[in-house]
Ligand binder design. Structure first.
Ligand code: MG
Length: 377
């Protein structure tokens, strides 16, 4: 079996999400997804994919490393090169599963769990008041999710006087505490709750925020400081009882090396269809396991990227919870042919169907296609 073609299509989602389809000379195909690859993602996937035409698709790790090393001088250490690689890699895993009749988790070494727990990323909408966020939290918990995340930073807030300055103001801090208090009160003590700061604060501000939120027993506070400075992240982590989580803007094993060696976080959150892919994600999880650090992957993908992430989450011991970010985008469910629905009671239960175990709904993908582009053409 040899790789014959690699084609792409971008569909509306969290921004634009990119589907990748690989076909072989035997007719077996595999479909993957990646996200946050930027405007040129289809061109990069096309260029990387041309390096593996004619290759045996079963050598997934070798093909990934062949493409990566071929483009290191172009910047394939991080960013959209790696994101493009993940889309191809996930399509290769789907293809390998379909060719062998095995689910992807089995090819990754087997599963530790049948059900992959999700947390829902929540937004109250236009009204960002504590009461509106509390109502949203209750609504989402009633849908069956027992873990939720809200955004805590707000560049539009009148309390935020300067969008570029990294220091939290007194008024801003008070607004954050009010929001978290309202959401925690609405949820009660049994629901896990995370808050995201999107890397917008300096270390002392991050520590103040984390300390102020200690009474609300967060599952984690996410990216209190920007991702580049691991020592600043470690300062925040060591200053608070609130668990600190980071990693959605780090790439490959090497991106996580300092973060883990310095034990600068309590939890890592690689975005598998953006930062690494499934095989590399498993290796990052293994590095984290050395420090007893759990993995809670970031995920803003459509259904294929989410299910692909779930296969990796099933195959590592130190999985905590996986993000689901399309609460306000109901067409997530339309993009895949799945019966029963993929998400039930706040979790994805993996089946023993081959590959990722789900089929892209081509008709729905066409409906949400990026204007002026074609799907797998
Ligand atoms: Mg985040």
């Amino acid at each position: 079996m040899k790789i014959a073609e690699i084609r792409t299509g971008e569909v509306r989602g969290h921004g634009w999400t990119c589907f990748v389809r690989i076909t072989t000379d035997t007719g077996v195909t595999g479909t993957g997804e990646c996200i946050h690859g930027g405007a040129g993602i289809q061109q990069i996937i096309g260029a990387l994919g041309s390096l593996i035409i004619g290759e045996d698709p079963m050598n997934v790790d070798r093909l990934y490393e062949k493409m990566r090393r071929a483009r290191v001088f172009d910047g394939a250490l991080a960013g959209n090169f790696v994101t493009a690689l993940t889309g191809i890699e996930i399509a290769l895993w789907d293809l390998a599963g379909r060719a062998t009749g095995l689910p992807v988790y089995a090819l990754l070494g087997g599963k530790f769990r049948d059900s992959v727990r999700l947390y829902a990323d929540c937004h109250a909408g236009g009204d960002d008041s504590p009461a509106a966020n509390a109502a949203k939290a209750r609504e989402v918990a009633d849908m069956g999710f027992d873990a939720l995340k809200f955004d805590l930073d707000d560049l539009q807030s009148p309390a935020k006087k300067d969008a570029f300055n990294h220091t939290v103001s007194r008024r801003e801090l008070d607004a954050m505490v009010e929001k978290v208090a309202a959401v925690r009160e609405a949820l009660g003590p049994q629901i896990d709750l995370a808050m995201d700061l999107h890397g917008r604060y300096d270390a002392s501000s991050g520590a103040r925020i984390a300390q102020s939120l200690e009474p609300y027993d967060l599952m984690w506070l996410e990216e209190p400081v920007p991702p580049e400075n691991v020592d600043a992240m470690r300062e925040v982590k060591n200053a608070t009882r609130t668990p600190i989580c980071a990693g959605e803007n780090l790439f490959l094993r090497w991106g996580f090396r300092d973060l883990l060696e310095k034990q600068a976080v309590d939890i890592i959150m690689p975005d598998l269809p953006k930062c690494c892919g499934l095989s590399e994600g498993k290796k990052i999880a293994a590095m984290a396991e050395v420090y007893y650090i759990p993995m809670a992957p970031h995920n803003v993908c459509g259904p294929l990227g989410t299910v692909a992430s779930a296969h990796c989450c099933a195959a590592v011991p130190n999985f905590l919870v996986l993000e689901w970010h399309w609460l306000e985008r109901p067409h997530w469910h339309d993009l895949v042919l799945a019966d029963p629905p993929l998400i039930q009671n706040g979790a994805i239960t993996l089946t023993d169907r081959p590959g990722l175990g789900v089929e892209l709904n081509m008709e729905a993908a066409e409906r949400y296609l990026k204007p002026g582009t074609r799907l797998f053409a």
